[in-house]
Ligand binder design. Structure first.
Ligand code: ADE
Length: 273
């Protein structure tokens, strides 16, 4: 059977349209409950599972998200390909609200990293993370985003801060000087856990704001950010619909064998499918 596809929705994206025969699944995991029930069904002939990382109705702050439970639940439903949709702030002059960024690198400014791994408690695992994003999935998202008329920046570094408060201006300037492209509060742990779960993951980072560095800009209003968010969500849904038919049926990419090359004791972690 074809591998399932996962979609993690971010701010504003709490459901996916067009499922045939959709069902809700409450999944229990060794790491507690995921952010919400997972909604699954057939989309373009593929099994797809959707999970809103902040919960429906946006109830969960970035530092409250149980990323381990979310990724565990997706993997336990057979997900081997994953699209993460996430709202980000721009750190670059040329990256505007409503543009799409497909990050290929992450920089970790989080502080609760013990929650960003499945390993520990007697199981030691170190996966390779030099290339944290699936090139195959990123390519599929690029084609779909261009086809849907998005302004696309292919590649870039996503710096993950803790939040929930946004950056100070000094932090924003420092992030710019370090050459980072976009900033968010949630996606890096998902990328790490997806790699450990041998899931091929790529991110649709959708810009809502210029963070706080662009002092010559009019101050950002909540209305403007919400309007950008809604436009981004509509585009993200079209990109996802265009991407799904291009995702391979078989989980045969290097990311699907990430633990083969990892330093592991004991050797076997995920059960044979
Ligand atoms: N998500 C959306 N905009 C953001 C910003 N400016 N900083 C951190 N996370 C964000």
């Amino acid at each position: 059977m074809a591998a399932a596809i996962g979609i993690i929705g971010g701010s504003g994206l709490y459901e996916i349209d067009g499922f045939e025969k959709s069902e809700e699944r409450q999944v229990e995991t060794p790491f507690g409950n995921p952010s919400d029930v997972l909604v699954g069904g057939m989309l373009a002939g593929r099994e797809v599972w959707f999970l809103p990382r902040h919960g429906r109705g946006h109830r969960i702050l970035p530092h409250e998200i149980r990323h381990q439970a979310n990724l565990w639940a997706l993997r336990s439903l057979g997900v081997r390909f994953l699209i993460c949709v996430t709202a980000v702030g721009s750190l670059k002059e040329a990256y505007h609200p409503r543009h799409v960024v497909l990050p290929d690198q992450f920089f970790d400014r989080t502080s609760r990293r013990e929650h960003h791994t499945f390993f520990g408690g007697g199981i030691v695992g170190h996966v390779s993370f030099a290339e944290p994003v699936s090139a195959g999935m990123r390519g599929i998202l690029r084609e779909a985003a261009v086809a849907e008329g998005g302004v696309v920046h292919d590649g870039g570094t996503y710096v993950n801060m803790d939040g929930p408060a946004f950056s100070t201006r000094a932090e924003s300037e420092a992030n710019r000087q370090l050459g980072f492209d976009v900033i968010g509060m949630t996606n890096l742990p998902e990328a790490k856990l997806a790699r450990e779960a041998e899931i091929a993951m790529a991110t649709l980072a959708m810009i809502t704001d210029f963070d706080c560095w662009k002092v010559e800009e009019e101050p950002v209003t909540a209305e403007a950010v919400i309007a950008h968010l809604h436009a981004n969500v509509a585009l993200a849904k079209r990109i996802i619909a265009a991407a799904i038919p291009a995702i391979p049926a078989e989980a045969e990419w290097p990311e699907h064998r990430a633990l083969d090359g990892a330093i592991m004791t004991p050797r076997e972690f995920w059960p044979e499918e």
